[in-house]
Design a binder for this molecule. Structure first.
Ligand code: HEM
Length: 279
């Protein structure tokens, strides 16, 4: 059984605490929202992972899912730990001891898996020539921020296991995190958290602030449209095809082009394009 962390003692808060835990989160929120809108408006073609799969796929096939599934599990753990109050889990019979045992075991596996994934991805990037050539300074900075967020997160967990004097994050970090969203930041709660938690949260805020300006921006989008869009026509059927005589279904009407308007396109290319596929 894991010994429980003590509840935080009442803490005095100063201007520094107010700036860090009462003002900074909203500045970061404004940068994330404003930065994403700016990026979408002015750099839509750069809103991408800049995939390097074409250069190397053997290591990527293992490292990428390891990192992405790992980070999704870490995210799920954070949603549980930060958004669900301890009183709710207690109400359904989950004791603090059970909760922390689960958080520690599942969280550590997820965190270490994610770290291993990103270490492999960075190693691949460094050792595969074309992938390294395609790596920008912005990418390198992003990797530092991301890896440090992961390391400080894992450190908080490790330190809480060995140092039982660190206040329980469900009494400090979590209430503070929830209070942000109701616009009543509980500065005192966060001021009472252990130094390792403060460092981790500050680093995470830094990561969020640079998020829209790095490749990480791709995480804000999923190719849902891909499932519903019409097929892309990428080659014509043979010239003798009579497919152009088939009735055109609603929503599948040919798109107007200048050639079509001028009537200069050869017949089979103009109307008989039925071979199609999702690309
Ligand atoms: C404001 C945002 C964040 C807050 C308030 C926060 C808070 C916490 C807390 C309280 C823990 C301890 C959990 C435990 O020991 O059971 C933790 C662990 C951890 N955090 Fe964060 N975190 C934030 C953002 C992030 C980000 C952005 C990352 C990674 C990119 C991250 C990665 C980790 C990792 C890897 C752990 C170790 C345990 C696990 O895998 O869940 N955190 N975080």
């Amino acid at each position: 059984m894991i010994p429980l962390a003590p509840a935080p003692e009442a803490v005095e808060t100063g201007v520094g605490d107010v700036l860090l835990w009462g003002v900074l989160p909203y500045v970061v929120l404004a940068v994330v929202v404003g930065g994403s809108i700016w990026r979408y408006r002015y750099d839509q073609f750069g809103w991408t992972t800049r995939s390097s799969q074409l250069y190397e796929s053997r290591i990527l096939r293992i490292a990428s899912p390891l990192f992405h599934f790992g980070i999704l599990a870490v995210l799920a753990g954070h949603i549980m730990g930060l958004l669900i109050p301890a009183s709710w889990t207690a109400a359904v019979g989950v004791t603090e001891g059970m909760y922390h045992f689960l958080a520690l075991s599942i969280g550590t596996v997820a965190g270490v898996g994610t770290l291993l994934g990103i270490v492999l991805l960075i190693w691949r990037r460094r050792t595969t020539g074309p992938v390294f050539m395609a790596t920008t300074k912005n990418d390198k900075f992003m990797y530092v921020m991301l890896v440090a967020a992961l390391l400080t997160g894992l450190a908080t967990t490790a330190i809480s296991v060995f140092d039982h004097s660190v206040p329980d994050y469900r009494q400090t970090v979590s209430p503070w995190f929830r209070s942000i969203w109701i616009l009543q930041p509980d500065v005192a709660a966060m001021a009472g958290a252990g130094p390792s938690f403060k460092l981790h949260v500050l680093w995470a805020l830094g990561l969020f602030a640079v998020w829209p300006f790095t490749r990480l921006v791709h995480a804000f989008t999923a190719p849902v449209h891909y499932l519903f869009r019409p097929y892309i026509v990428y080659r014509s059927r043979d010239a003798g095809s009579s497919a152009h005589l088939a009735p055109v279904r609603r929503g599948w009407e040919p798109v107007g082009t200048r050639d079509r308007a001028r009537g200069t396109t050869r017949a089979p290319e103009r109307r008989g394009s039925r071979s199609a596929g999702r690309r």
